[in-house]
Design a binder for this molecule. Sequence first.
Ligand code: ZN
Ligand code: ZN
Length: 400
Amino acid sequence: MLAADPHIRQWRSALIQQARSLSELARMAWGNDGAKARQTTLQLLDMCTQAVNDKNEPLLPLRGHFFHRALTGLWACTNAACVGRRQTALDAPHWAFGKIFLERRQHCDACGSPVYELVQCSECSAEHLTVVEASEKGDDWLQPRQYDQNEDEFQQALEPVEEDETEGDIADATAPSRGLPRLLVSPAAVHANPVGLHADGRLAWHQPEGIRVHLLGPDSHGILSCPFCHARDRQGKLFRPIRLGAPFLLQTAIPIVLRHLPPYPHHVSALPLDGRRLISFTDSRQGTARFAAKMQLETERDFVRSLLYHSVADRARPTDCQALDTLRDEIIKLEQAIKAQPSLGTLLASTLAEKRAKLQTLDIIANNPIDQKVVDLSSSQHYSLVENAIYRSVFPPQGV
Ligand SMILES: [Zn+2]
Ligand SMILES: [Zn+2]
């Protein structure tokens, strides 16, 4: 039925010639590329890849190329009465700032007020604007705070090394900016100082000039705190710019995309995810290597976690608890019998010792399942399967 459809025949002949975008295919079939037309096109393409003839060949075998833009940060207008936020989702009482921008800029295109980078508190996710206060020409100014953008984002995605994080790192974290770190916060924040701000960033401390913003400075130790959760920014890393880099997006998207791909058909032994494959590209060679290592690590962690969970769940079955209780009861009864009739002591001594030893063994297994798992993991059939399937193919034994 699909093969007879003229739209699908048209797609097939167009895709044989060259790669086409989703919008092009939608326009071919429906005359427009609106969201509904694109969605219908995707659903039909899915059906065409699943429909096979009697030789098991799909009607339209496809290879998809997906592009995703990373988010390098968010910037917001300082003006709570900004016209750019009207009739958008930002027009809500709890949003303390104006229009949001996806790229760095100095002034709002809607109201002309200064624009600064949005940061989030790592503890409570409260949003603030990050700035530095500097004195120049006899006035105080708010200037954008620059974060070090040169850091390899794939490096950030690796687990932080805790011992390197000391209070002395504050200087490094704030190094790219000159001036004193400050936050612009919601008027609901405690200790926020309402001040006037001119369009050029000049502060009006006492006069009602410019727009009204709420400035928050550091405490007596020179450390900024979140005005909502009161977490202190000891290492200069509490307030984070909003960035969604390639490592995060790839790590989130790849497992989902993989699940929808066909299994690798010619495998002889079981492989992770039935051998499904995809190729991903990033513009960082270092990053690709780090990312692959991280994915492998995550996969192994998930695998061991699931193995431990099922194994521990097996051992903690109610029957085990019942067996323990029965054994305890038997031991108590034997002890009571010996106490009442000391002459039975010699006769029952070996039975009592046997039951006590059994109880001790069962107790150890029930209370220390992880110790037992060290042995279970290495002898697990699944573990040797993964070891053979992956490591032996990637790192063949030397001398072969
Ligand atoms: Zn604005
Ligand atoms: Zn907070």
